[in-house]
Design a protein around this ligand. Structure first.
Ligand code: IPE
Ligand code: IPE
Ligand code: MG
Length: 239
């Protein structure tokens, strides 16, 4: 079985998980953060080296203030609680997204967590907070304009190089939980040739078996990147 080097997950369904249990939405988010531990462990066991997780979009600010505040508090608490263990496990943590709008306290934790784990090389946990694919492309274009790139010479590689994580491989596999089949502004540039897998499982219930199922589905795909894989040419086939 071929294991994807980079798996990216749109962690959806925390609210529905809570509603099904007659609990508050924030409890769904808390359960969702716990699922991250489980999935990170499964990635380690399976040999996935980069895991990108969509935790908060640039559009999620439109949710009720109590939910947004609660989520930000949960992010800060979780960083505090987990960062030493993540570091011991050799995980490099990255928090990807726009920094403006995040509280100074959360920003300090993000910076110290990234600093602490910067030297870990084997595995990357990339958490996307206040992230939007369009915002990322806008930020990249701004950087390029500021650097004075000649529009006549502008190519894909300039945009790719100006994104938030130019050194990470593009996702091989994107998983979205909770039955929705849309991208919701997630890594829209980087997923140009990613494989997609959708599952009905709600994110707080997602476990190693779900991950293995997604990887098996990935293995059944034929990636072609616009080309032809080992097909005989028409001439060789006598056509
Ligand atoms: C995903 O769960 C987490 C975030 C977007 C922050 P949701 O909160 O979107 O869960 P549903 O879609 O309401 O079930
Ligand atoms: C996408 O989920 C964002 C995250 C998982 C962080 P949403 O629940 O916000 O997406 P929509 O609104 O259903 O498209
Ligand atoms: Mg949702």
């Amino acid at each position: 079985m071929q294991v994807p080097q980079h798996i990216a997950i749109i962690m959806d369904g925390n609210g529905r998980w809570a509603r099904a249990r007659r609990r508050r939405r924030l409890e769904g988010h808390r359960a969702g953060l716990k699922a991250i531990r489980r999935v990170l462990k499964a990635c380690d066991e399976l040999g996935v080296s980069v895991l990108s997780l969509y935790a908060f979009s640039t559009e999620n600010w439109t949710r009720p203030r109590t939910e947004v505040d609660g989520l930000m508090r949960l992010f800060a608490q979780t960083l505090d609680r987990e960062i030493d263990e993540l570091n011991r496990e050799g995980v490099q943590l990255r928090i990807t997204g726009r920094r403006d709008g995040l509280s100074p306290a959360l920003l300090r934790k993000i910076e110290s967590s990234e600093e602490l784990t910067r030297h870990n090389q084997d595995r990357v946990l990339n958490l996307l907070i206040n992230y939007g694919g369009r915002a990322e492309i806008v930020d990249a274009v701004k950087k390029l304009i500021a650097a004075g790139v000649d529009p006549a010479k502008l190519g894909d590689e300039h945009i790719t190089g100006a994104l938030y994580n130019p050194d990470l491989p593009e996702p091989d596999l994107v998983i979205r939980t909770a039955g929705e089949q849309r991208i919701s502004n997630f890594l829209i540039w980087e997923t140009a040739y990613s494989e997609f897998h959708f599952t009905e499982t709600l994110w707080p219930d997602f476990d190693k078996a779900d991950l293995v199922e997604a990887i098996a589905a990935f293995n059944a795909r034929e990636r072609k990147f616009g080309g032809l894989n080992d097909e005989p040419t028409d001439a060789a086939a006598g056509r």
